[in-house]
Design a protein around this ligand. Structure first.
Ligand SMILES: [Zn+2]
Length: 345
């Protein structure tokens, strides 16, 4: 008897659908409440290849709402991805689980191999913004999920075809990190929200005709209510529209006391634009999973994966033009002009 027999009997899945589920590789970013419940359901449902990304270790306050973890994992401060892998392979010894005990921005994307879709199971908008960019540039679908007190939000996104997460939340880069450590989350809300996420994963893998890339579902567990909102692609979206407006975002830098080094922080979008432009102009001197060293004329930049930038080689004269310079490096204009705008004004 096939261990997935009861699911195969569901006409929406069937034998062919089950085969598609088994053949898929999923990237789950975030191995907390959403990530662990999604992973457990997906492995029980027949997924055989999973990549887990999360930098944290299990602690006692996780056990209230995160599946897969037990008290011993918290006592020994096991990495979440390690504890999750152990439990997932007890559920199905055939499942392949690749673990990255680091943040998403530290993952070397080239190592990930072929992925069918991404599950956004994070708790902050900085990482969500990066997932959105990654999905857009790799033409991948992803499933967004969020939990907050007694309500949740779920949406299937295909940023290169339909609205991206920036179209849904135009202030994505500026949204504060708000997670359940500050707002709280009801224990049964998590399986409620992740069930909706996993159903969307199935629909994507099965290319189900009822799947919508434009519907945000709001789930209110306390009132047993589901609401759906139509989301449209924004004509001026800085990520997915034809008229990208990255350069319109202001960038400011501050001098680090007692040094000639300036420091600033770029949004994920600006960071991505800077890296892409630098690669195109072969301006990257060195790059590793944590940082990239970039040379633009006489100026050298170190761009860290968390968006922090250190700027070396500025003189008192040209440092006055730093805001304009930063605008330009994000736009990619300075490479061609050999930094002339900065030195000759
Ligand atoms: Zn967009």
């Amino acid at each position: 008897m096939d261990r997935h027999d009861r699911q195969i009997r569901v006409s929406e899945i069937g034998k062919q659908g089950q085969q598609k589920i088994s053949a898929a590789t999923l990237l789950i970013v975030g191995c907390g409440a959403l990530g662990t419940y999604c992973a457990e359901q997906l492995v029980r449902g027949g997924i055989k290849n999973i990549i887990l990304v999360d930098p944290d270790s299990v602690d006692e306050t996780n056990l209230q709402r995160q599946a897969l973890f037990v008290t011993d994992d918290a006592t020994s401060r096991l990495k979440k991805v390690t504890a999750a892998k152990k439990q997932l392979q007890r559920i199905d010894p055939q499942v392949q689980v690749t673990t990255y005990p680091c943040s998403f921005e530290q993952v070397v994307f080239e190592e990930l191999g072929t992925i069918d879709l991404i599950l956004d199971c994070t708790d902050n908008f900085h990482t969500r913004s990066l997932i959105n960019l990654y999905a857009y540039h790799h033409e991948l679908p992803f499933v967004f999920g969020a939990c907050n007190r007694t309500t949740g939000q779920v949406m299937a996104l295909h940023p290169c075809k339909q609205p991206c997460l920036h179209c849904v939340f135009p202030q994505l880069d500026g949204l504060e990190k708000e997670d359940c450590s500050t707002v709280g989350v009801l224990t049964p809300l998590v399986p409620f929200v992740t069930s909706l996420q996993v159903a969307l994963v199935y629909k994507i893998l099965l290319d189900d005709p009822t799947l919508s890339w434009q519907t945000m579902t709001y789930a209110d567990l306390w009132h047993s209510a589901l609401d759906h909102y139509l989301i449209k692609k924004k004509a001026t979206c800085p990520v997915c529209s034809e008229k990208k407006t990255t350069s319109a975002v202001a960038v400011e830098a501050k001098k680090i006391c007692g040094t000639d080094v300036y420091q600033t922080t770029l949004s994920p979008l600006q960071q991505h634009a800077l890296l892409e432009n630098s690669r195109r102009h072969s301006a990257i001197l060195k790059e590793n999973p944590l940082a990239a060293k970039i040379q633009i004329g006489t100026i050298e930049l170190t761009l860290f994966k968390n968006g922090k930038v250190l700027i070396y080689g500025l003189t008192p004269k040209n440092s006055r033009l730093l805001p304009e310079f930063l605008q330009m490096i994000v736009k990619g204009a300075t490479y061609d002009s050999e930094n002339r705008s900065l030195d000759h004004q």
